[in-house]
Design a protein around this ligand. Structure first.
Ligand code: FES
Length: 177
């Protein structure tokens, strides 16, 4: 039988996670090896919040009855998962071989310089975050940069400010900070 404390923790976890994720976890728990669904549960949590906060992973741990260390360990292992809130616009630079050879590294450097953040980070105003990708299947267009779902082909470092401008970035204002 569950202790009162456990019931309270479960109730709290159900408030933290959205209802469809709670239902999904409950359906996984009916299956033979619930822990084998941990990655898909984490995907759903990230889809909802855009990232995985400690409280989200704690809630998953409680509802799936999997130790927190295992949940955080699995989440940390896959580079797909983010642990900080993502920006309104998610920028991905492809660093696959074709893009890298054609100068994606320099495009990334320019992006980091303009936004004053590193890969995996989000600007203070929560407008942009930077991620890297490994070949997005458009090698003929290398180097490739994605902003949300839009693909920019053959990007040069000096085009980055203009591209960001399409999403409200003001390079002059940023430079004067
Ligand atoms: S390496 Fe960048 S799209 Fe293939």
């Amino acid at each position: 039988m569950k202790s009162e404390l456990m019931l309270k923790e479960e109730a709290k976890a159900k408030v933290i996670l959205p209802e469809p994720v709670v239902s999904y976890i409950e359906s996984c728990r009916q299956k033979s090896r619930p822990e084998s669904h941990l990655i898909s549960v984490l995907h759903k949590v990230q889809e909802h919040f855009g990232y995985l906060a400690k409280e989200h992973m704690d809630a998953v741990s409680i509802l799936m009855q999997i130790p927190t260390a295992k949940v955080t360990g699995v989440a940390s292992f896959y580079h797909y998962f983010n642990f900080t809130p993502r920006g309104k616009h998610r920028i991905s630079i492809c660093l696959g071989t074709a893009c890298f050879v054609k100068g994606a590294g320099k495009v990334l450097d320019r992006l980091k310089e303009l936004l004053a953040i590193d890969v995996g980070q989000t600007t203070v105003d929560r407008q942009f975050s930077i991620d890297v990708a490994r070949c997005v299947g458009a090698c003929a267009l290398a180097p490739v940069m994605l902003v949300d779902d839009k693909v920019y082909a053959e990007v040069k470092p000096d085009q980055v400010a203009k591209i960001l401008g399409e999403y409200g970035f003001d390079a002059k204002k940023a430079a004067g900070k």
